[in-house]
Design a binder for this molecule. Sequence first.
Ligand code: BGC
Length: 350
Amino acid sequence: MRYIFLLMLLVSAGFLTACESTETMELQHPATKIPAPASDDVIEIGFSMDTLEEERWYKDRDLFKQAAESLGAKVKVMAANGNDALQVLQAETLIDQGVDLLVVVPHNAEATAAIVHKAHLAGIKVISYDRLIRNADIDYYVSFDNEQVGELQAEAIRSLVPKGKYVYIGGAETDNNAHLFKQGVFNVLQPSIDRGDITIVYDAWSKNWDPENAYKHMKQALEANSAEIDAVIAANDATAGGAIKALEEAGLAGEIPVAGQDADLAAVQRIADGTQTMTVYKPISILAEEVAELAVKLAAGEDMGTVNTVNNGKAHVPFLLLPPISVDAKNLEETIIRDGFHTREEVYER
Ligand code: BGC
């Protein structure tokens, strides 16, 4: 009965289409096949993802699975595609299935605290992956230095435009990272703003990191400033893409420096073409490998020793921060292409 009810819930929440895992396929027939709990010897990790609707998260999913499997663990992946209630429901399912540990990429920094609470009641530890879950007693947080991401963006753009009108296109306000990226940008720009050299003429969050929202913001910014804008910093490459589309329509693409983040293929191609100035490259394989190793150790009950901590509003959470890399047309070759993040053919020969 419980599973029939769960099936109804899943169907109504769109779960069956958003869930994507070979290991979780049995969920498509929950009434006939009840998932077995994890066996004692193989560590099973539940990977609860915000979304698989953006390029970077495919890499995260594949690299994380690969890294965990190379350590002998199994991974069950579920992606909620931006739906908070669904992400909690999926995490509950993973807990019910008996995973040994949960790795969570939160869509909503606050709403996912419920997942941590439920996991802990079941004796399961939780690692916050790339994005911080706020106001919950999470066991570990691993990410890139997100404030530094914003600093790298602002340093690159300010060196080209030391004085002028800037537009800031932010990410999703519900994502803790979006706040850190913005903080980093303003750490660098504030002295120039205080001197009156730089004016922020437009500054807005882009709901759900949607490029369409970024496009609308950029159009508004151009209209409100009679197209007199000198620089654009966008919180990631998808939003930079939206902003560049609006610049293209105004005949300004390639005329105004634009910063993004993630080294998405489309963005790297724009850098090669000259319509985007820079991106911030985060080698995802390192993040995936660090989290996989940590997950296996935590699930096995190993003591992690003394570590750095970050306050997430409720607890001092052990964390590991990885360094991001600033990339423009000059160092594309020795960073993104050298690492095989994208091939030379993909970037230049289209
Ligand atoms: C990630 C970025 C990503 C953005 C949108 C952020 O939390 O750190 O790499 O572009 O989410 O998915």
